[in-house]
Design a protein around this ligand. Sequence first.
Ligand SMILES: Cc1cc2nc3c(=O)[nH]c(=O)nc-3n(C[C@H](O)[C@H](O)[C@H](O)COP(=O)(O)O)c2cc1C
Length: 303
Amino acid sequence: MGGLRRICARHHRHAGRGPRVRCRAPAPHAGFRAVLRRARAGAARHPAAHLPGPQGRRCSSGPSGDRPLPAGRRDRGACRRARPDPGRCGGASDGAAVPRCCEGILRMSGAVPHIAIVVGSARAARFADYPLAWLRERVGARDDLRLSVIDVRDVGLPSYNLPKPPALAPREYSSRQQRALGQRLDEVDGFLFLVNEYNHGYGAALKNMLDHYFAEFEHKPAAFFGYGNVGGSRAIEQLRQVVAELNMVSVRESVHIFGMQFPAVREGGPAAAEVFDALEPRLTVMTDHLLWWARALNAARSA
Ligand SMILES: Cc1cc2nc3c(=O)[nH]c(=O)nc-3n(C[C@H](O)[C@H](O)[C@H](O)COP(=O)(O)O)c2cc1C
Protein backbone atom coordinates (compact mmCIF):
# COMPACT_ATOMS: atom_id res chain seq x y z
CA MET A 1 0.00 0.00 0.00
CA GLY A 2 1.18 3.41 -0.71
CA GLY A 3 4.66 4.71 -0.98
CA LEU A 4 6.27 3.88 2.35
CA ARG A 5 7.20 0.35 1.48
CA ARG A 6 6.13 -1.65 -1.53
CA ILE A 7 5.83 -5.39 -1.30
CA CYS A 8 5.68 -7.52 -4.38
CA ALA A 9 2.60 -9.71 -4.05
CA ARG A 10 3.73 -11.93 -6.96
CA HIS A 11 7.22 -12.76 -5.77
CA HIS A 12 6.82 -13.25 -2.11
CA ARG A 13 10.43 -13.92 -1.42
CA HIS A 14 10.97 -10.19 -1.78
CA ALA A 15 8.46 -9.41 0.88
CA GLY A 16 9.68 -7.42 3.83
CA ARG A 17 12.97 -6.26 2.35
CA GLY A 18 12.25 -2.64 2.89
CA PRO A 19 11.68 0.25 0.63
CA ARG A 20 10.65 -0.12 -2.99
CA VAL A 21 11.27 -3.67 -4.10
CA ARG A 22 11.56 -4.33 -7.81
CA CYS A 23 10.42 -7.68 -9.08
CA ARG A 24 12.28 -8.89 -12.12
CA ALA A 25 12.44 -12.58 -11.27
CA PRO A 26 10.20 -14.77 -13.43
CA ALA A 27 8.55 -16.36 -10.41
CA PRO A 28 5.30 -18.22 -10.98
CA HIS A 29 2.15 -16.30 -10.40
CA ALA A 30 1.12 -16.58 -6.76
CA GLY A 31 -2.56 -16.97 -7.56
CA PHE A 32 -5.58 -16.13 -5.53
CA ARG A 33 -5.83 -19.51 -3.81
CA ALA A 34 -2.18 -19.52 -2.82
CA VAL A 35 -2.50 -16.08 -1.31
CA LEU A 36 -5.54 -17.11 0.68
CA ARG A 37 -3.79 -20.34 1.76
CA ARG A 38 -0.93 -18.31 3.18
CA ALA A 39 -3.42 -15.96 4.78
CA ARG A 40 -5.30 -18.81 6.45
CA ALA A 41 -2.12 -20.49 7.67
CA GLY A 42 -1.13 -17.26 9.37
CA ALA A 43 -4.53 -16.85 10.99
CA ALA A 44 -3.66 -19.53 13.51
CA ARG A 45 -1.07 -17.20 15.03
CA HIS A 46 -2.71 -13.81 14.78
CA PRO A 47 -5.27 -12.27 12.46
CA ALA A 48 -2.58 -10.40 10.59
CA ALA A 49 0.65 -12.14 11.53
CA HIS A 50 1.23 -13.91 8.21
CA LEU A 51 0.83 -10.91 6.00
CA PRO A 52 3.70 -8.93 4.54
CA GLY A 53 3.17 -6.07 6.94
CA PRO A 54 0.41 -3.51 6.84
CA GLN A 55 2.07 -1.99 3.81
CA GLY A 56 1.68 -5.17 1.73
CA ARG A 57 0.92 -3.99 -1.78
CA ARG A 58 1.40 -5.20 -5.26
CA CYS A 59 4.67 -4.56 -6.99
CA SER A 60 4.44 -1.19 -8.64
CA SER A 61 6.38 -2.38 -11.65
CA GLY A 62 3.93 -5.18 -12.45
CA PRO A 63 4.98 -8.14 -14.59
CA SER A 64 6.65 -5.83 -17.07
CA GLY A 65 9.12 -4.62 -14.50
CA ASP A 66 10.35 -1.11 -15.12
CA ARG A 67 11.17 -1.83 -18.72
CA PRO A 68 9.42 0.44 -21.19
CA LEU A 69 6.78 -1.35 -23.20
CA PRO A 70 7.17 -1.63 -26.97
CA ALA A 71 5.32 1.14 -28.76
CA GLY A 72 1.59 0.56 -28.84
CA ARG A 73 1.63 -2.44 -26.50
CA ARG A 74 -0.63 -2.43 -23.54
CA ASP A 75 0.72 -3.31 -20.15
CA ARG A 76 -2.01 -5.88 -19.74
CA GLY A 77 -0.21 -7.76 -17.04
CA ALA A 78 -0.03 -4.81 -14.72
CA CYS A 79 -3.76 -4.33 -15.00
CA ARG A 80 -4.91 -7.91 -15.30
CA ARG A 81 -6.22 -8.35 -11.80
CA ALA A 82 -7.09 -4.80 -11.15
CA ARG A 83 -10.25 -4.56 -13.24
CA PRO A 84 -9.05 -1.84 -15.57
CA ASP A 85 -11.42 1.02 -15.76
CA PRO A 86 -11.95 1.76 -19.45
CA GLY A 87 -13.60 5.02 -18.50
CA ARG A 88 -10.42 6.20 -16.91
CA CYS A 89 -7.47 4.74 -18.78
CA GLY A 90 -8.50 1.84 -21.01
CA GLY A 91 -6.15 -0.50 -19.18
CA ALA A 92 -3.06 0.93 -20.81
CA SER A 93 0.05 1.93 -18.94
CA ASP A 94 1.03 5.50 -19.65
CA GLY A 95 4.53 5.05 -18.32
CA ALA A 96 3.72 6.23 -14.84
CA ALA A 97 5.01 4.05 -11.99
CA VAL A 98 1.43 3.06 -11.18
CA PRO A 99 -0.94 2.54 -14.10
CA ARG A 100 -3.93 4.79 -13.63
CA CYS A 101 -6.31 1.88 -13.88
CA CYS A 102 -4.74 0.43 -10.75
CA GLU A 103 -4.68 3.61 -8.74
CA GLY A 104 -7.88 2.84 -6.89
CA ILE A 105 -6.30 -0.32 -5.53
CA LEU A 106 -2.77 0.91 -4.98
CA ARG A 107 -3.83 4.19 -3.52
CA MET A 108 -6.29 2.52 -1.28
CA SER A 109 -4.89 3.52 2.03
CA GLY A 110 -1.43 4.92 2.05
CA ALA A 111 0.18 2.86 4.80
CA VAL A 112 -2.86 1.22 6.36
CA PRO A 113 -6.17 -0.21 5.10
CA HIS A 114 -8.99 2.21 4.48
CA ILE A 115 -12.12 1.13 6.34
CA ALA A 116 -15.47 2.79 5.64
CA ILE A 117 -18.41 2.75 8.00
CA VAL A 118 -21.54 2.50 5.86
CA VAL A 119 -24.53 4.01 7.69
CA GLY A 120 -27.65 2.14 6.60
CA SER A 121 -30.42 4.31 8.03
CA ALA A 122 -31.55 7.35 6.06
CA ARG A 123 -33.91 8.71 8.73
CA ALA A 124 -33.43 12.25 10.01
CA ALA A 125 -33.98 11.31 13.68
CA ARG A 126 -32.20 8.02 13.50
CA PHE A 127 -30.76 5.95 16.33
CA ALA A 128 -27.80 5.18 14.08
CA ASP A 129 -26.09 8.41 15.07
CA TYR A 130 -25.38 7.13 18.61
CA PRO A 131 -23.40 4.05 17.61
CA LEU A 132 -21.91 5.98 14.70
CA ALA A 133 -20.38 8.54 17.07
CA TRP A 134 -18.93 5.76 19.23
CA LEU A 135 -17.58 3.83 16.26
CA ARG A 136 -15.96 6.95 14.83
CA GLU A 137 -14.23 7.54 18.13
CA ARG A 138 -13.15 3.98 18.90
CA VAL A 139 -12.38 2.59 15.46
CA GLY A 140 -11.03 5.94 14.33
CA ALA A 141 -8.54 5.93 17.21
CA ARG A 142 -6.77 2.85 15.85
CA ASP A 143 -3.50 3.50 14.10
CA ASP A 144 -3.71 0.38 11.93
CA LEU A 145 -6.52 1.68 9.71
CA ARG A 146 -7.85 4.85 8.14
CA LEU A 147 -11.54 5.51 8.71
CA SER A 148 -14.18 7.25 6.64
CA VAL A 149 -17.98 7.28 6.69
CA ILE A 150 -20.33 6.62 3.79
CA ASP A 151 -23.85 7.66 4.74
CA VAL A 152 -26.77 6.40 2.65
CA ARG A 153 -28.62 9.57 3.65
CA ASP A 154 -26.09 11.71 1.81
CA VAL A 155 -25.18 9.71 -1.27
CA GLY A 156 -27.90 11.23 -3.44
CA LEU A 157 -28.60 8.13 -5.52
CA PRO A 158 -32.03 7.87 -7.16
CA SER A 159 -34.11 4.71 -6.89
CA TYR A 160 -32.39 2.07 -8.96
CA ASN A 161 -32.93 2.70 -12.66
CA LEU A 162 -29.71 1.65 -14.40
CA PRO A 163 -29.80 0.29 -17.95
CA LYS A 164 -27.58 -2.70 -17.10
CA PRO A 165 -26.73 -4.62 -13.92
CA PRO A 166 -23.46 -3.25 -12.53
CA ALA A 167 -21.98 -6.77 -12.46
CA LEU A 168 -22.26 -6.81 -16.28
CA ALA A 169 -21.22 -3.20 -16.78
CA PRO A 170 -18.49 -2.47 -14.24
CA ARG A 171 -18.04 1.20 -13.49
CA GLU A 172 -20.37 2.35 -16.25
CA TYR A 173 -21.89 5.16 -14.27
CA SER A 174 -25.19 6.82 -15.14
CA SER A 175 -24.97 9.90 -12.99
CA ARG A 176 -22.48 12.23 -11.38
CA GLN A 177 -23.60 10.97 -7.95
CA GLN A 178 -23.10 7.33 -8.88
CA ARG A 179 -19.62 8.05 -10.24
CA ALA A 180 -18.62 10.10 -7.19
CA LEU A 181 -19.66 7.36 -4.79
CA GLY A 182 -18.20 4.64 -7.01
CA GLN A 183 -14.82 6.33 -6.90
CA ARG A 184 -15.04 6.61 -3.13
CA LEU A 185 -15.95 2.93 -2.83
CA ASP A 186 -13.00 1.99 -5.04
CA GLU A 187 -10.67 3.52 -2.48
CA VAL A 188 -12.08 1.50 0.41
CA ASP A 189 -10.40 -1.72 1.53
CA GLY A 190 -13.10 -2.96 3.91
CA PHE A 191 -16.62 -2.03 4.99
CA LEU A 192 -18.22 -1.85 8.42
CA PHE A 193 -21.97 -1.76 7.91
CA LEU A 194 -24.01 0.00 10.59
CA VAL A 195 -27.29 -1.86 10.22
CA ASN A 196 -30.80 -0.80 11.24
CA GLU A 197 -33.58 -3.39 11.23
CA TYR A 198 -36.95 -2.66 9.64
CA ASN A 199 -39.51 -5.48 9.47
CA HIS A 200 -36.80 -8.05 10.10
CA GLY A 201 -34.71 -6.80 7.22
CA TYR A 202 -32.11 -4.11 6.60
CA GLY A 203 -33.15 -0.72 5.22
CA ALA A 204 -34.21 -0.11 1.64
CA ALA A 205 -31.85 2.86 1.25
CA LEU A 206 -28.87 0.61 1.88
CA LYS A 207 -30.10 -1.99 -0.60
CA ASN A 208 -30.59 0.71 -3.21
CA MET A 209 -27.00 1.84 -2.71
CA LEU A 210 -25.58 -1.69 -2.87
CA ASP A 211 -27.50 -2.45 -6.07
CA HIS A 212 -25.82 0.44 -7.87
CA TYR A 213 -22.38 -1.19 -7.68
CA PHE A 214 -20.56 -4.46 -8.01
CA ALA A 215 -16.86 -4.21 -8.89
CA GLU A 216 -16.40 -1.51 -6.27
CA PHE A 217 -17.38 -3.99 -3.52
CA GLU A 218 -16.08 -7.20 -5.02
CA HIS A 219 -13.30 -9.09 -3.21
CA LYS A 220 -13.49 -6.84 -0.18
CA PRO A 221 -14.55 -7.71 3.38
CA ALA A 222 -17.71 -6.65 5.22
CA ALA A 223 -18.31 -6.50 8.97
CA PHE A 224 -21.56 -5.62 10.73
CA PHE A 225 -22.73 -3.56 13.70
CA GLY A 226 -26.46 -4.00 14.18
CA TYR A 227 -29.10 -2.56 16.47
CA GLY A 228 -32.72 -3.47 17.07
CA ASN A 229 -34.90 -5.60 19.34
CA VAL A 230 -32.57 -8.55 18.83
CA GLY A 231 -29.54 -6.48 17.97
CA GLY A 232 -30.38 -6.11 14.29
CA SER A 233 -29.26 -9.69 13.85
CA ARG A 234 -32.03 -10.64 11.42
CA ALA A 235 -31.14 -7.72 9.21
CA ILE A 236 -27.45 -8.60 9.40
CA GLU A 237 -28.07 -12.21 8.39
CA GLN A 238 -30.00 -10.98 5.34
CA LEU A 239 -27.21 -8.60 4.52
CA ARG A 240 -24.65 -11.39 4.66
CA GLN A 241 -26.50 -13.08 1.78
CA VAL A 242 -26.41 -9.88 -0.23
CA VAL A 243 -22.72 -9.15 0.27
CA ALA A 244 -21.95 -12.75 -0.72
CA GLU A 245 -23.63 -12.04 -4.06
CA LEU A 246 -21.43 -8.97 -4.39
CA ASN A 247 -18.51 -11.38 -4.03
CA MET A 248 -17.52 -9.93 -0.69
CA VAL A 249 -16.29 -11.81 2.37
CA SER A 250 -18.35 -11.38 5.51
CA VAL A 251 -16.62 -11.29 8.88
CA ARG A 252 -17.95 -13.84 11.37
CA GLU A 253 -18.06 -11.61 14.44
CA SER A 254 -20.65 -8.87 14.67
CA VAL A 255 -21.51 -6.27 17.31
CA HIS A 256 -25.05 -5.53 18.53
CA ILE A 257 -27.09 -3.08 20.56
CA PHE A 258 -30.34 -4.62 21.75
CA GLY A 259 -33.72 -2.90 22.01
CA MET A 260 -33.65 -2.93 25.81
CA GLN A 261 -30.37 -0.96 25.66
CA PHE A 262 -31.75 1.81 23.42
CA PRO A 263 -32.96 4.04 26.31
CA ALA A 264 -29.56 3.93 28.04
CA VAL A 265 -27.78 4.80 24.83
CA ARG A 266 -30.17 7.67 24.14
CA GLU A 267 -29.76 8.93 27.70
CA GLY A 268 -26.02 9.30 27.20
CA GLY A 269 -23.54 9.74 30.04
CA PRO A 270 -22.63 6.80 32.30
CA ALA A 271 -25.62 4.73 31.17
CA ALA A 272 -24.52 4.84 27.55
CA ALA A 273 -20.87 4.38 28.48
CA GLU A 274 -21.77 1.15 30.28
CA VAL A 275 -23.45 -0.23 27.17
CA PHE A 276 -20.63 0.76 24.85
CA ASP A 277 -17.87 -0.39 27.22
CA ALA A 278 -19.40 -3.86 27.18
CA LEU A 279 -19.25 -3.87 23.37
CA GLU A 280 -15.63 -2.84 23.15
CA PRO A 281 -13.92 -6.29 23.32
CA ARG A 282 -16.20 -7.62 20.61
CA LEU A 283 -15.65 -4.54 18.47
CA THR A 284 -11.89 -5.04 18.76
CA VAL A 285 -12.07 -8.66 17.63
CA MET A 286 -14.42 -7.82 14.76
CA THR A 287 -12.23 -4.95 13.59
CA ASP A 288 -9.09 -7.10 13.84
CA HIS A 289 -10.69 -9.68 11.59
CA LEU A 290 -12.01 -7.05 9.20
CA LEU A 291 -8.45 -5.75 8.87
CA TRP A 292 -7.07 -9.25 8.46
CA TRP A 293 -9.36 -9.80 5.50
CA ALA A 294 -8.74 -6.33 4.14
CA ARG A 295 -5.00 -7.01 4.00
CA ALA A 296 -5.41 -10.58 2.71
CA LEU A 297 -7.81 -9.53 -0.03
CA ASN A 298 -5.68 -6.53 -0.96
CA ALA A 299 -2.81 -8.92 -1.52
CA ALA A 300 -5.03 -11.33 -3.44
CA ARG A 301 -6.51 -8.59 -5.65
CA SER A 302 -3.05 -7.36 -6.40
CA ALA A 303 -1.49 -10.76 -7.14
C1 LIG B 1 -40.66 0.59 9.60
C2 LIG B 1 -39.98 0.08 10.83
C3 LIG B 1 -39.90 -1.26 11.05
C4 LIG B 1 -39.23 -1.77 12.15
N1 LIG B 1 -39.08 -3.09 12.30
C5 LIG B 1 -38.27 -3.55 13.26
C6 LIG B 1 -37.94 -4.94 13.29
O1 LIG B 1 -38.41 -5.72 12.52
N2 LIG B 1 -37.08 -5.36 14.23
C7 LIG B 1 -36.51 -4.50 15.14
O2 LIG B 1 -35.73 -4.95 15.95
N3 LIG B 1 -36.81 -3.19 15.12
C8 LIG B 1 -37.67 -2.71 14.21
N4 LIG B 1 -37.96 -1.39 14.14
C9 LIG B 1 -37.44 -0.51 15.19
C10 LIG B 1 -36.06 -0.02 14.84
O3 LIG B 1 -35.11 -0.95 15.28
C11 LIG B 1 -35.80 1.32 15.49
O4 LIG B 1 -36.80 2.23 15.07
C12 LIG B 1 -34.46 1.88 15.15
O5 LIG B 1 -34.30 3.08 15.81
C13 LIG B 1 -34.31 2.09 13.65
O6 LIG B 1 -33.03 2.57 13.34
P1 LIG B 1 -32.83 4.10 12.89
O7 LIG B 1 -33.48 4.96 13.97
O8 LIG B 1 -31.32 4.27 12.90
O9 LIG B 1 -33.44 4.29 11.56
C14 LIG B 1 -38.66 -0.87 13.07
C15 LIG B 1 -38.76 0.50 12.85
C16 LIG B 1 -39.39 0.97 11.73
C17 LIG B 1 -39.44 2.45 11.48
